[in-house]
Unconditional design. Structure first.
Length: 273
């Protein structure tokens, strides 16, 4: 049976996933959900409220039943992180079994906890924790634990959806109580109501850490390395500038993310903001 995707928060977020190298891992600690493709994100564009809806229907699949529902998530950002923390509630509607009969889904936890952690450019790991009850006729009535659900978040620059997405595919839920299979699997794809970008809290910079020359920026997370030197990834606030490390003189800015050495001066330099 082909799993149904679930789009979600690019923020919830969310958003997820790849620590490609140590530099990417360093970026994972700096996460922000932003309504604008800007880094750093302007204060008035930082996401404070989350509203996500399912793309198609979410699907719950077990050994004896398959249930599909429309899913809605409403929440508030309680911490800008890292990771970004969201507290909210899921609402399920139009729930039906494979035989067409109606089912009832109800969140039984006081709230759903969602965290979003940036792992690379416009990617995030989205984690969920909540409980819900599923009731279908007289034979199925039990509560499942959604603790530890892991979603994959893509911002709008990478997502097929205009506003971004969060995907959960084949995520295992465990029975807490009641009559139903011990485990079931969740497929869900959600998208935020507004366009949400997965950003860092501060501007990315690359700095030389030894005698080598910093050469440029490969991506939002990676720096290029000169053959004779090493580099590290740092994040600071403000606008990008190019400065000589030895003399303190400004050098030419090649682009918004790259500097080049002054041809008349010989010395190492760094990119910083």
């Amino acid at each position: 049976m082909k799993p149904i995707k679930m789009l979600g928060l690019a923020a919830v977020a969310a958003l997820m996933a790849m620590a490609l190298i140590s530099a990417s891992s360093a970026m994972a600690g700096s996460t922000l959900l932003c309504l604008e493709d800007a880094e750093p994100c302007p204060e008035h564009k930082i996401v404070k409220h989350v509203h996500e809806t399912s793309n198609g229907q979410g699907k719950l699949l077990s050994s004896i039943f398959e249930v599909k529902c429309d899913v809605l998530l409403l929440g508030d950002v309680t911490s800008e992180g890292p990771p970004v923390a969201i507290s909210g509630n899921f609402t399920y509607s139009n729930c039906t079994r494979e035989n067409g009969k109606a089912c009832e889904f109800k969140e039984t936890s006081a709230s759903a906890s969602v965290t979003v952690l940036k792992t690379a450019h416009e990617l995030a790991e989205v984690k969920y924790a909540y409980e819900f009850n599923i009731h279908c006729g007289v034979l199925i009535n039990c509560t499942y634990d959604g603790e530890g659900l892991n979603g994959h978040g893509l911002g709008p620059l990478l997502s097929e959806k205009a506003n971004g997405e969060v995907r959960l595919e084949g995520q295992v839920l465990h029975r807490v109580k009641g009559v139903c299979p011990e485990t079931t699997e969740l497929d869900l794809l959600t998208s935020p109501l507004d366009t949400v970008y997965i950003k860092s809290k501060s501007a990315m910079t690359c700095k030389s850490v030894s005698k080598g020359l910093y050469r440029g920026q490969v991506s939002a997370e990676l720096c290029k390395e000169d053959v004779v030197g090493e580099w590290e990834l740092v994040t600071t606030g403000g606008n990008m500038e190019c400065v000589k490390k030895t003399s303190g003189l400004y050098v030419e800015q090649f682009s918004a993310t790259e500097c080049r050495r002054d041809a008349l001066e010989d010395g190492t330099w760094e990119l910083f903001s």
